[in-house]
Each structure stands twice: as structure tokens, then as C-alpha cells.
Design a protein around this ligand. Sequence first.
Ligand code: NAD
Ligand code: WQD
Length: 337
Amino acid sequence: MAILVTGGAGYIGSHTVLALLQRGDDVVVLDNLCNASREAINRVEKLAGKKATFVEGDIRDRACLRDLFASNSISAVIHFAALKAVGESTRMPLEYYENNVAGTVVLLEEMRDAGVWNFIFSSSATVYGADAPVPYVETTPIGGTTSPYGTSKLMTEFVMRDFAKAEPKFKAIALRYFNPVGAHESGEIGEDPAGIPNNLLPYIAQVAIGRLEKLGVFGGDYDTPDGTCLRDYIHVVDLAEGHLKALDYLSKVEGYTAFNLGGGKGVSVLEMIKAFEKASGKAIPFEIKPRRDGDLPAFWADASLANTTLDWRVTRGIDEMMRDTWNWQSKNPDGFR
Ligand code: NAD
Ligand code: WQD
């Protein structure tokens, strides 16, 4: 039996495929490469000393899914495939709903028809919306999302919830990630954003290698200790390990359930800059800019449910996140290209 990983050539997917292969699982990767490179999987296979089956295809392509389920014996699906740029989603909402929500519905239908019932979904802290009290806890009702991207994650969780109510065989876990950063410690795989990065750490890393001139810090007057926003950054390898724990837990799940995957601590933008400078030995020039539309001042996870139920917790701190980001970026200044 193999694990199907959709979006497995992407940032979080590739780290998870590596962890699966390293523990001996067989893996089938389905990715349309709209935001990833085949090279990521080549490197994963090299690191693991084991091959994955790679299918270049789309989760919305029924014929492709049917063929995949018919020719591979799949025990569970880890579903990363999605479009993920918050700003872009406000300009292209239909594309986001079609890819992320309708695409997941097609995937679930084809899983049902193939008799595959185990499902892990990449959700996001963004499903808690703008008004949830911090730290975010799974018992807080989800909703109040502020972008089509966030709403696509929320809608997909509702799809999972309702399908699980109707189909007792379906077992589903939504993992709500906080802010994934870092790279595998080998420096062979990492985050490779197309164009100018939207997210903080890839931006900082590209300033450090000289591809970008200086960082704009979005807002210095928030009601936080240093005036900049707080986020719960989580090392991508810790996050990948969370998926393995969730897979192991699926057999105990009744229907649909959700877990926060975060470290449980808020770190400011200025603290991130300082930590990166310490790890890389590079100065990061920055300038305080106006607040970015839609940014929340501060949020972090209450991850105690994942700690106790999945027996999962973060083991890598900010220093490892920065060390591994810098190692990846300096070894691969142009990413996988
Ligand atoms: P990513 O873009 O690196 O990975 C997504 C992968 O899915 C890419 O390889 C892309 O080519 C593929 N893909 C997209 N649409 C597809 C389709 N229709 N068919 C087949 N493949 C398709 O992003 P990531 O950062 O690795 O994120 C993985 C998942 O985690 C996404 O669902 C994302 O929304 C979610 N997530 C990410 C973050 C984050 O900050 N990175 C935070 C919370 C949740
Ligand atoms: C972090 C902090 C910025 C860039 C986003 C999505 C979220 C999730 C993860 C998927 C904020 C500040 C950033 C820059 C800056 N994705 N910043 N200058 O916004 O917390 O979350 O990615 O689910 O849904 O919204 O992450 O890395 O963009 O920002 O000052 O050039 O860094 O204002 O305070 P964010 P981020």
C-alpha cells in the first residue's frame, strides 16, 4: 500500500514525502508542477535513497485520478495541492475556489469511487478568521476569513466535515498550519517561491543573497512589544513530522477532526530579522512601511491537542529555522532552477 501525496513536489509536500520515504512508506506523488519543480522530487529520492512514483497531473483531472487509483494501491491521501497566495486570491477568486475547493471535491469523489477513505488535508490558521481570540484553539468556531484563499480552506474543511457525516468509512484530519518556514537540514530542498516572495522569511533570505535590496517591514505601530506583528513560525520538518503522526492517528479518528500545528509562541518581525542576521552573519537592511492590508497584529497556536493526541510537538526553534533557511538559500541562490 502507498500514500498518495498531492502537491508533493511543493514546499511542505516535498519535506513530507522525504519523511515518508525515510520511514519506509511507499509514496505516489501527484503534482501538476504549477508551483513546483520536478527537481525537488529528484533530490528527495536522492536524500531518502528510495524512489517515489511521480505522476505529473492535476487533482481536477478525473481520468488521471482514476488511472492513478487503478494502478496503485493507495491506503491514504495527504492533500497539499492548492494555490496559496493570499493577495493573488483576491484578484483571482474563481481560480482559487476552482482549484482548491472544486479540485478537492473531485479528489474526494474519486477516492470514494476507488474505496480510499483516509484523508489528511493542509488547512491553515487562517480559517480562524480575524476575530478569534489568541491563542487559537480548535474549539473556537472557524469562519470570518478575510481572503478567497482563506475561505477556500474554510470551505474545504466544511466539505470534509459534511462528507464525514454522510459516509462513516471516511476518516479525515485537517491540519491547521501556522507559519511554516525553514528547509531540510541538508540544504537540498526548501521553499522556492516564483517571483518576488510574499512571505517574510523567503524575502529576508533573498535580501541576504543580494537578489532583493531591502526588506519592507509592514507596520511598526501595532500593539505588540516591538510594534511589529507576531506569528507562530514552525520549522517545515517539524510540520512534515506532524503529517506522519496524523497518518498514524487516522485509524482512531471518527469522521473529521482538526489539529493546530504550531509551536505555541508568537515571534515578531524584528525578532525574525535579528535571528536571521545571527544565523547568516549577513546584515538585513529594512525599512518600516505602512501596514499590509489584511495582516492581523498577532496570533499563535494552542497546540496542546496535537501534543497530547498525536504525540507531536515542535523540536526545532527559531535558530534552526534560520540556519536551515540560510543553508538552503545560500546553496541554491536560484532555487531549483
Ligand atoms: P506549494 O505551492 O509549494 O505546494 C503546493 C503544490 O501543489 C505545488 O507543488 C503545486 O504545483 C501543486 N498544485 C497546485 N494545484 C494543483 C492541482 N490542481 N493539481 C495538482 N497539483 C497542484 O505550497 P506549500 O507551501 O507547500 O503548501 C502546501 C499546502 O499547505 C497548500 O494546500 C497550502 O495552502 C497549505 N498551507 C501552506 C502554508 C504556507 O505558509 N506555506 C500555510 C498553511 C497552509
Ligand atoms: C509574516 C509577517 C507580515 C513580508 C501568510 C498567509 C497565511 C499562511 C502563511 C497559508 C507579517 C510581515 C511579510 C514582508 C513583512 N498561508 N512581512 N514584510 O501573512 O502571517 O501568513 O502565510 O495558509 O494564510 O496569510 O505570513 O510571511 O506573509 O508574514 O513585514 O515583505 O511578516 O506583515 O507580520 P502571514 P507572511
